[in-house]
Design a binder for this molecule. Structure first.
Ligand code: SAM
Ligand code: SF4
Length: 328
């Protein structure tokens, strides 16, 4: 699948649920209303859609959410997708808050998952609960260590929040180094109506990087995961650190991904409103050709770049949908 700007689309992120057992302050409002079950694709529908994408050239799938591991019977889908590894699909991965990972680490590994991303913004128990509202750090740490014990490579995703966890980045680098995890720092993105003022939490990673360079030996790396992160190697720990700066445009030109929500809506760009309703096609058409045609028509509309702007006067998000819809 090649889009109008010559980019090959090989990476699909699939949100399998909009629900979550956390309420992270930058992601969700505390009193979120979730979608009715009839709107959500069944596991069989998700599998059929993913199969259509794989047939069209997608080689990498990431399962996300909401929290993917709170979706009932999610392993049925992951096992079915894992069976496609080596048959068009090259990599199956997951992004999780790790609260349920202690139970799922072994089954994920058995399904063919080899690396996962875990969101962990702090190692401080009180700050963890302040950020996630409903989370307990012990469970997340248990999950992370279960993943390590199961032989999964772990990358920690840390959203950098001004005045909240910005003084903990050194500690996180050292902790990741000690346990053999890569780390990715993420800037907050203006997605979804949440309580509070977003601009107050916005911490530019250019500033973070400059501060880190005083303490750590950072060497730019050409390592790429097909994602937007720019990586550097940390001399003292030997691990990588990635920087994801979504508000800049520096990765749009190599963007290889599209995002499917749990309702079967395909977003061609995280930072744009345009989307294709694949659920309607899926529920109307039994032929896979019609599904492929709908996917290709959507890819033909993939925009050149995103359009994030924080509306500073009104302190509202540029896009009203929450990150838990498109899975980040
Ligand atoms: N629940 C899983 C988790 O937290 O890893 C998967 C879904 S979550 C929406 C995916 C990623 O998006 C997480 O790393 C989270 O920190 C990030 N995220 C959520 N809202 C964000 C925002 N407004 N800005 C930047 N990153 C955000
Ligand atoms: Fe849940 Fe992940 Fe959003 Fe936090 S970031 S509320 S864990 S979906």
């Amino acid at each position: 699948m090649r889009d109008p700007f010559g980019r090959d689309i090989t990476y699909l992120r699939v949100s399998v649920t909009d629900r979550c057992d956390f309420r992270c302050v930058y992601c969700m409002a505390e009193d979120m209303t979730f979608l009715p079950k009839a709107d959500i694709l069944s596991l069989e529908e998700l599998e059929r859609l993913c199969g259509a994408f794989i047939a069209l050239g997608v080689t990498k799938l990431r399962i996300t959410g909401g929290e993917p591991l709170v979706r009932r019977d999610v392993m049925r889908l992951i096992d079915a997708l894992g069976a496609r590894l080596g048959h068009g699909l090259e990599e199956l991965t997951l992004t999780t808050n790790a609260s349920q990972l202690a139970r799922f680490a072994e089954p994920l590994r058995a399904a063919g998952v080899r690396r996962i991303n875990v969101s962990l913004d702090t190692l401080n128990a009180a700050t963890f609960t302040a950020i996630t509202r409903w989370g307990r750090i012990e469970r997340t740490l248990d999950g992370i260590f279960a993943a390590k014990a199961a032989g999964l490579a772990v990358k920690i995703n840390m959203v950098a929040l001004k005045g909240v966890n910005e003084d903990e980045i050194d500690t996180m680098i050292a902790w990741c180094g000690e346990h053999g995890f890569d780390l990715c720092l993420i800037e907050t993105m203006p997605l979804g109506e949440i309580e509070g003022d977003r601009t107050a939490q916005y911490l530019p990673l250019s500033l973070v990087r400059a501060r880190l360079a005083r303490r750590w030996t950072l060497t730019p790396s050409d390592y790429r995961t097909g994602g937007p992160a720019r990586y550097e190697t940390i001399g003292e720990t030997g691990r990588r650190i990635g920087f994801i700066t979504p508000l800049t445009h520096n990765f749009c030109e190599s963007c290889n991904r599209v995002r499917l929500t749990c309702t079967g809506t395909l977003f061609m760009c995280l930072g744009q409103e345009d989307a294709a309703d694949l659920r309607a096609v899926l529920r109307r058409e039994t032929s896979d050709d019609a599904l492929s045609d709908a996917i290709l028509a959507a890819i033909a509309r993939k925009p050149k770049g995103h359009d994030f702007i924080i509306d500073r006067d009104h302190r509202r998000p540029a896009l009203a949908r929450h990150m838990s819809m498109t899975g980040g």
